[in-house]
Design a protein around this ligand. Sequence first.
Ligand code: IMP
Ligand code: MG
Length: 176
Amino acid sequence: MIQVLDKQFNLFIEAGKIQSRINELAEKINTDYKDQSVTFVVILNGAFMFASDLFKRININCEITFVKIKSYEGMESKGKTSEVLGLTESLCGKNVIVVEDIVDSGLTIETIKKIVLKEECQSVKIATLLFKPTAFKGNEAPQYVGFEIENKFVVGYGLDYDEQGRNLDAIYQLKN
Ligand code: IMP
Ligand code: MG
């Protein structure tokens, strides 16, 4: 058990398990995009650790770019997403994979997808370490999912609770 600010969390997914699952996801992407090139669009801040471990195992031609969206404060979704910052290069004609830490309501990926599709890219897919299917309100589930989890708050491995806990190498779940 760990303490982050005023809350207690239990170990939920240990570091080794995260790494072996990322291995599998990378293998799948390497196979699916064999002989093609991919532009990864990483959503900061939460996806930085997942993205870094994933990319070390990617062996196809790729470009990596980072964007930022503010969609969450503390433990409650604001219900709407704000602007996308940092997308400076053209995605026209490219195979895009958006890299997320967690897909919860799906609002964030819907926002990103709309912007990316406007650029007339070749394809858009979503790779996320965590997916909360029961919270998801979008139309299309992410194509590359590390772990499907129940609708409970988690921290660690890039994910924060009020900006704390991102440095943890495992994922912890809010204690009841
Ligand atoms: P969505 O737009 O509702 O899908 O929310 C996605 C964003 O909310 C993610 O990029 C995270 O930053 C944040 N988020 C959602 N669930 C959690 C959680 O359990 N812990 C920490 N952050 C979360
Ligand atoms: Mg966050």
